[in-house]
Design a protein around this ligand. Structure first.
Ligand SMILES: [Zn+2]
Ligand SMILES: [Zn+2]
Length: 354
């Protein structure tokens, strides 16, 4: 493999890339600082700004005593339930003990009119009455709770409606803020990216390219990091619409480039052999040689016994020729014969007669 680049040249190339990256890095930092300092981009509407506070406070003041009354009733109901439970347990215990006592008694003395039996039956009756009284209390309490709930409902609904309205206004304000932020960012990033792309097209091959590339990197970074994430979504229409548009533009650019490339290659192929040799850059020819590719059509070339064919079988470019001075067979793109140093015709030097 023949490496085409000279040592310092490689270093300078790497240095130029480093300069391009550093240039882009510093520009990105400046841009980020600028955007962070824009007060319009950092302020976001807050929900509190959209709440009708006086009306909400009035409703809350109206609701407060009702709610504390509701809580008190709830506590009362809880206590009542506990008492009911205790009463029913006491009755069940008493009843079981009375039944046991009576069954043992009836075996020994058959007397239903015994005063002790009557006393215990009365006690049971008392417990039952207590339970009934507690049930009555529970019904009253429930009625009170129902009335209270009915008077609580209207102000509660009003409050909920007010809050929902405030949230809706806040959402609209958020959307407007999102749009405004995007517009401001677009105002900065759009022209920047346009300028970067224009410069890149215009000065790509010039010796200013590290700056042009650095600026393009900066523009692309600004576009993808400072603009794209802030695209308003509107139910994802815009985001995906922009994605589709960008994909379409990129695809069209690719197709155009491919067509231009094919047309250029076709034009190159019909030119005379020496003309073709002249148009191929020396560095590019050496790189292609290293990769076993034709320097003109860039298709792969099979080596036979490690030797390149004399002509490209794909496009007909002459790859090897004989030195006009010493007859040494060598790669046709070399500007000088590797054997005798005679300048070759293909490099632009006129072929000298042997
Ligand atoms: Zn070829
Ligand atoms: Zn020679």
């Amino acid at each position: 493999m023949v490496n085409s680049s000279r040592g310092p040249e490689r270093l300078v190339r790497a240095g130029q890339w480093l300069i391009a990256l550093l240039f882009a890095y510093f520009l990105i930092q400046v841009g980020a600082a600028l955007i962070a300092d824009l007060p319009l981009l950092s302020s976001q509407p807050q929900l509190e700004q959209y709440i009708d506070q006086p009306r909400i406070s009035a409703l809350q003041a109206e609701l407060e005593p009702l709610q504390s009354r509701q809580q008190a009733l709830q506590e009362q109901a809880d206590r009542l339930r506990e008492r009911q439970q205790q009463a029913s347990q006491a009755y069940a215990r008493e009843k079981a003990s009375f039944d046991n006592w009576r069954s043992t008694r009836s075996v020994t003395e058959q007397s239903e009119q015994n005063p002790e039996v009557i006393a215990r039956a009365r006690q049971l009756d008392g417990l039952l009455q207590q339970q009934q009284q507690l049930s009555g209390e529970q019904e009253q309490l429930e009625a009170q709770q129902r009335t209270l709930r009915a008077s609580l409902a209207p102000p509660q609904q009003q409050l909920e409606q007010l809050q929902a309205e405030a949230r809706a206004r806040w959402q609209r304000a958020l959307q407007r803020a999102e749009l405004r932020i995007f517009g401001i960012r677009l105002l900065f990033v759009g022209p920047l990216l346009g300028l970067a792309l224009w410069q890149f097209r215009r000065f790509r091959g010039s010796d200013q390219w590290p700056f042009v590339s650095g600026f393009l990197l900066f523009g692309l970074f600004a576009f993808f990091v400072e603009l794209v994430p802030y695209l308003p979504s509107f139910g994802a229409y815009i985001r995906y619409g922009v994605g589709a548009l960008l994909t379409f533009l990129a695809g069209r650019a690719l197709i155009r480039w491919l067509n231009a490339y094919l047309a250029r290659k076709q034009q190159e192929q019909v030119a005379p052999q020496q003309e073709r040799q002249r148009t191929i850059r020396y560095e590019k020819a050496l790189q292609a040689l290293g990769r076993n590719q034709c320097p003109s059509c860039e298709r792969n070339l099979p080596r036979r016994d490690g030797v390149l064919p004399n002509y490209c079988m794909h496009c007909g470019l002459q790859l090897q020729h004989d030195c006009s001075q010493c007859g040494f067979h060598h790669y046709a793109c070399f500007p000088y014969c590797p054997s005798c140093g005679h300048p070759a015709a293909a490099a632009g030097a006129p072929e000298q007669p042997a």
